[in-house]
Design a protein around this ligand. Sequence first.
Ligand code: ATP
Ligand code: ZN
Length: 292
Amino acid sequence: MEQKVNENIRLAVQKKGRLTDKCLDLLKLCGIEIENYSERLVVSSRTFPLDILFLRDDDIPEYVQDGVADIGIVGENVIEEKNISVGILEKLGFGKCKIMMANPEHIPLNSPLDLEGRTIATSYPRILKNYLNSEGLSAKIIELSGSVEIAPALGVADVICDIVSTGNTLMMNKLRKGFSIFESEAVLVKSANKELSMEKIILIDDLVRRIRSVLNARRSRYLMMNVPKVSLERIMELIPSLRSPTIVPLADEELVAVHAVIPSDFIWNTISILKSEGASGILLLPIENMIS
Ligand code: ATP
Ligand code: ZN
């Protein structure tokens, strides 16, 4: 076991935070299971030649860049702020957030021009500076490592630039959501500089393929419904991205069962039309994996 460690791919994952459980859930769906990870820095999977390195998210881009880890899962916001050269292998669809401007009521923030000459508190000085430069604006940046949202109330800054997902923290601090300057989600990255062995390249390809299958499945549902034969043509026109649905005859000769893979968000916009065309017994099932 010990000798094998070097051949395993090394994946850096956030040790404890918003991305941890989602990363481990994704790996599990890819058939990569680990046990008793809570206390240890490095854990090997029993089911795939992979070691997980549990790290602070801020350290992940550098570990990947330097080749200590072969690949990593981290927010795009962290990569951008650290200015580290890693290559994105896949966007993972979770950990979505925005870096946004937010302002107290008495300071208007209707357009980027309202930032001119202001003092802005942020934990993302690099992203903010790049944004201001790209807009040709000058403002004073106050860098804070946490609790940025209290800066206006303390008189430290006029407005803030911080990471937001729901906006609850802003509301609690009587700040209004302004405009977004950066959008982020968790991504799988590899070093842009370091050469990997052919064995590792093959394993990483395999992992990426598994991840894509899981993500595709997440974006899809398996739809089953009974449809009057007379409405079949119209209903088929309604169902998108469907090359060849399964159509099954039923004991009731006026009906057929239609089974199809559809985009997850499609059904809610279409359900009332399907019903008005006489569709019944509509079932929508999750798909665990969709292998292409
Ligand atoms: P660490 O201890 O690893 O440094 P952290 O406190 O910096 O953790 P978390 O708050 O766990 O980080 O967030 C990890 C990542 O989750 C962020 O870098 C970002 O990409 C993403 N994220 C999604 N929504 C939010 C949010 N509302 N606030 C902060 N980060 C978010
Ligand atoms: Zn962090």
